[in-house]
Design a protein around this ligand. Structure first.
Ligand SMILES: Nc1ncnc2c1ncn2[C@@H]1O[C@H](COP(=O)(O)OP(=O)(O)OP(=O)(O)O)[C@@H](O)[C@H]1O
Length: 620
């Protein structure tokens, strides 16, 4: 879905608004350095004007000395050389200092983005496909926009000082000369800004297409897609998709670039005509004897210098508005208020962590509801299995319990009796610290195994050993060079783990936390039968005395639960123990029978899993 983007150029009000938001941050990122840098750039900007004046004085001096008059040409030559040297030194100093300043500003910009992500406790923003483009633009731009903005602002300052200084020297010819020069070149500057703006708006509009192009490339080159790409000979298909997309995308972007180049041509011609006219005027007056040879040299070098500097001003202004557009988005993101917002005055967590859903209905964005009128209570310490067909809303229920989303209507409550509190009112961090989870789509952090388990928590050797052995990771660890300190994943050349080993790692991570609430969303989907049995034994031990929510399609494993919830199309349709639900002959009994039949059909050579064997043999 493409978002409508305004193609209007940034108004002065908008521009100054973003500058007011951005410049203090830039200054605060390294105040002393910035002050020094501004000083250096001011000196640098004055060098061309001083050079032009010294050139005029030298030419006039030569004339005077040649006709027997007075003049200290050596001093002038020394002054000229000193000015050139200062220009060079300031150039080196500004390059070095600018590097430091940009580094500080880049770090502070990216840090602010990461902090904002931390302040977005929900998934509403992250999972919103519209927001994807913004995140992509912000994430990609954060690496170079701050640096470019620093370079652009300083370059602009340098170019403006240079224009003013050198144009000032043209006052020697007449008060109106600097005015004519600036007015003649101004339209060029405006055109540059306009076209940069249009380019930015267009590239923003096309972010989704650009992402799709990058996606085809990624699919063709990344290891996670390599097996399917080869087996199904996907490369011709991918190439076709990429080439069609690239042609369309590049066509639009090329047309915009050509328009930019051709669009500035008339303005460049005007600027050239103004400078040529003034040059002709100066030469004519020199012929009439009202201007000296030095004056003519001043006009020639000042005109070319002003033109060059004004061109830089225009370029920098154009680039500056483009960078400021990015910063406008950046500040917009930093000030965005998420739907899942932390409470202004959080209430303490209740002593008892009973979970209650009161008539909860939930829709993702403006889509139809995926949870409808859900009411249930899970007392602290209970082990609950949640089963149901794909898309029934099981994972969404967990997201609501973790406050990744707030219900569209109804309430999620924590605690019981007078202590009971709406989840929206408690400190989200405090609540989440009580929960450990193995998610269905758990994260694969490409750090060391140890860091993957600790996730920034202090290391406790006995807890770590326990988590590694209970999760079944110990066997894999023996085969990995470097043990817990081995780096994993391909991004940094680490060892890759099998799907089941990654899942065991996610389990070890959850077990290490010793939380009061344990959430297991298909935690053994990738495990071999032996590992699954071992891991379930660990979960069963861990579940004792803790609230445990187990989402699974493997019905044999739900026997460890005190209670089974059956969901269908966002509703809770059955709630009871294994035996209750079997005797009720509803959805659960049907699912159970279906799974049992698969094993029956396989014949006596295939032993039944423990849970199913229990059922076939009679009541548990
Ligand atoms: N971020 C999202 N945005 C929009 N719709 C979503 C999102 N996540 C899930 N859904 C939709 O919500 C419904 C419930 O999904 P959910 O993941 O809760 O199902 P589930 O019961 O866990 O399924 P499964 O057994 O396949 O894991 C599905 O129709 C799914 O398409």
């Amino acid at each position: 879905m493409r978002r409508p983007v305004s193609l209007n150029p940034m108004s002065f009000k908008e521009l100054s608004g973003v500058l007011r938001q951005t410049l203090p941050g830039l200054w605060r990122s390294a105040p002393a350095l910035m002050a020094l840098l501004v000083g250096v750039v001011v000196v640098q900007g004055l060098v061309p004007a001083v050079t032009v004046v010294l050139s005029k004085w030298t030419i006039d001096g030569i004339g005077r000395v040649a006709s027997g008059g007075e003049g200290n040409l050596t001093l002038l030559a020394l002054a000229w050389a000193a000015t050139a040297l200062i220009g060079q030194l300031m150039g080196v100093a500004s390059t070095v200092l600018q590097g430091y300043a940009a580094d500080h500003f880049t770090v502070s910009t990216i840090t602010a983005l990461m902090r904002k992500m931390q302040a977005l406790p929900g998934l509403d923003v992250i999972e919103d496909p519209q927001f994807h483009d913004d995140v992509e633009t912000l994430q990609m731009g954060a690496r170079f926009r701050p640096l470019n903005l620093v370079a652009t602002i300083l370059g602009l300052l340098r170019a403006v000082i240079s224009v003013l200084g050198v144009a000032g020297t043209l006052l020697v010819i007449g008060w109106w000369v600097p005015l004519v020069v600036v007015l003649g070149i101004l339209p060029l500057a405006q055109a540059q800004i306009r076209f940069r703006e249009a380019g930015w708006s267009l590239s923003i509009q096309r972010t989704q297409e650009a992402r799709e192009l990058a996606y085809e490339q990624r699919v063709s080159m990344r290891h996670e897609y390599a097996k399917e790409v080869r087996l199904y000979d996907l490369m011709p298909y991918l190439l076709g998709r990429y080439q069609r997309g690239a042609l369309a995308y590049q066509g639009v972007m090329r047309a915009m670039r050509n328009k930019q180049v051709l669009g500035v041509l008339p303005h460049q011609a005007l600027a050239l005509a103004v400078t040529a006219g003034l040059f002709a005027y100066a030469v004519r007056r020199a012929g009439q004897g009202t201007l000296s040879a030095g004056d003519v040299v001043l006009v020639i070098s000042a005109l070319s210098q002003v033109r060059e500097s004004l061109d830089s001003v225009a370029q920098f202004l154009g680039m500056g508005t483009e960078h400021l557009r990015w910063f406008q988005k950046y500040h917009g993101f930093l000030s965005a208020t998420p739907r899942v917002a932390p409470p202004a005055r959080p209430r303490p967590l209740p002593g008892d962590l009973t979970l209650t859903l009161q008539n909860v209905t939930f829709s993702y964005r403006d889509l139809p509801p995926v949870i409808e009128g859900l009411s249930l209570t899970i007392p602290e310490g209970q082990t609950v299995a949640i089963v149901g067909e794909n898309g029934a809303g099981k994972t969404t229920l967990v997201k609501l319990l973790l406050r990744f989303y707030d219900p569209t209507s109804g309430r999620v409550l924590l605690g019981r009796g007078p202590e009971q509190v709406d989840l929206r009112e408690v400190d989200i961090g405090a609540w989440r610290r009580e929960v450990a989870a193995v998610f269905q789509d758990f994260a694969r952090f490409e750090w060391t195994l140890r860091d993957n388990i600790l996730l920034g928590q202090p290391e406790e050797a006995s807890k770590l050993t326990q988590a590694v052995s209970s999760s079944g990771l110990a066997g894999a660890l023996e085969r990995v060079n470097g043990g817990l300190d081995a780096r994993i994943g391909q991004a940094f050349g680490g060892v890759d783990l099998s799907g089941g080993q990654w899942q065991k790692l996610a389990t070890a991570r959850a077990l290490y936390r010793h939380a009061r609430v344990l959430i297991l969303d298909e935690p053994t989907a990738a495990l071999d039968p032996r590992s699954e049995t071992e891991v379930f034994a660990a979960f069963a031990a861990l579940a004792r005395g803790r609230t445990t929510l187990l989402i699974t399609h493997r019905l044999g494993s739900v026997l460890m639960a005190d209670r089974i919830l059956v969901m269908k199309q966002g509703r809770l349709i059955e709630d009871g123990t294994h035996l209750d639900l079997l005797s009720r002959g509803g959805e659960y009994a049907e699912l159970w029978t279906l799974q049992a039949r698969q094993y029956d059909d396989a014949g006596p050579a295939s032993p039944l899993p423990e849970g199913l064997a229990v059922e076939k043999g009679g009541p548990v």
